[in-house]
Structures are given as structure tokens and as C-alpha cells.
Design a binder for this molecule. Structure first.
Ligand code: SF4
Ligand code: SF4
Length: 169
């Protein structure tokens, strides 16, 4: 295992993700989208949302999407386009590999502020780690879904999938 890999603790990868994750070397290069869509449903806006043509669905619309991690730039444009809120973008800081980021879709009206300290939650809604809001994107392109990027310890980039504001009960 390389030194870089040692710096990125993957002890928190859920088992169901292990087959779809990009190689660790790829994650360390630049942010990358992770598509957590495992149900074969008639849906494909993710495919059209990607300017790099990195997302594809083989053999009919009912198949689950695939992503070409080499083509993905981590731009986050696909994140708000998924009606299932199943697309996330994860990244690791090149200068300090203990620092990571997770970009998530957010459909609530109470948008957090950049720099706000929040609590990163896992897929079950349980608190995992403190996090800081790094970026908030709301635009015509994102419709009613905002795109929020959190800064957090890199060991949690595959675990945190939502957040709780400190002010919320
Ligand atoms: S993050 Fe950007 S480049 Fe990557 S799959 Fe999504 S839209 Fe395509
Ligand atoms: S848009 Fe979302 S739910 Fe629909 S196929 Fe793509 S990833 Fe799955």
C-alpha cells in the first residue's frame, strides 16, 4: 500500500459500496462522482446531466447507471439532477490527505451558510463527524435542489451523506 493510501483511512466504507467505488488513486487525483443507485427503475436524467458523457446506462433505461471515473471531472452538475438524490461527489485535499469533501443534494429551504459548522450524518441519519459548509450552489440549473459541499475528515467521505445544522433540534 502506498503512503497516499495509508493517509486515506477507508475503515468506514459500507460494504455495498465496495464494488462501485473508483480506485483510491483516482479519488486522490480530483473529486469524483459516486452514484448510489442500485434499483433498476425507468430513470436516466443523470445520463443527460453530465457534460463529459461520463454516465451511461446500458441495455435500456431500466438498468442501473455506470460511471467512467476517468471522464468524470467532479463538476457536481449531476448531483441535483437525480430525483432519487443518489449522486454524491467526494474528494480529498491534495495538500493534506486527512482532509476531504462530500457534495450532496439538499432539498430544504433553510440553506446553510458557507463556513457554517454542521454535523455530518451517515445514511441512517446518525451523527458521524463535525463538518464545515464549504460551498452552497443554488441556480436555475439546480432547479429546487441546492448542492452543498462539506469539508470533513477524509476518512468519512464514504460515510457522510447528509448533515444536521447545529441550530436544528
Ligand atoms: S460530477 Fe460532473 S463530470 Fe462527474 S459524472 Fe457528474 S456531471 Fe459528469
Ligand atoms: S437519475 Fe438518479 S435515480 Fe435516476 S438512474 Fe440516474 S442515479 Fe438512478
Amino acid at each position: 500500500m502506498s503512503e497516499d493510501q495509508n493517509n486515506l483511512n477507508h475503515s468506514t466504507i459500507p460494504e455495498f459500496l465496495t464494488d462501485i467505488l473508483p480506485p483510491e488513486e483516482r479519488i486522490l487525483k480530483r473529486p469524483v462522482a459516486i452514484i448510489e443507485c442500485f434499483q433498476e427503475i425507468p430513470c436516466n436524467p443523470c445520463v443527460d446531466s453530465c457534460p463529459q458523457n461520463a454516465i451511461s446506462i446500458d441495455e435500456g433505461i431500466n438498468r442501473i447507471p455506470q460511471i467512467d471515473y476517468d471522464l468524470c471531472t467532479g463538476c457536481t452538475l449531476c448531483v441535483p439532477k437525480c430525483p432519487g438524490l443518489a449522486i454524491f461527489v467526494v474528494g480529498v485535499d491534495k495538500e493534506d490527505k486527512t482532509k476531504g469533501s462530500v457534495t450532496i443534494p439538499y432539498e430544504f429551504n433553510d440553506l446553510p451558510q458557507i463556513g457554517e459548522e454542521v454535523i455530518g450524518l451517515n445514511r441512517q441519519g446518525k451523527p458521524v463527524t463535525p463538518a464545515v459548509v464549504k460551498k452552497v450552489i443554488v441556480s436555475k440549473i439546480t432547479d429546487k435542489t441546492a448542492v452543498i459541499t462539506l469539508s470533513l475528515p477524509s476518512e468519512f467521505i464514504h460515510e457522510v451523506r447528509f448533515f444536521k445544522r447545529q441550530s436544528s433540534k
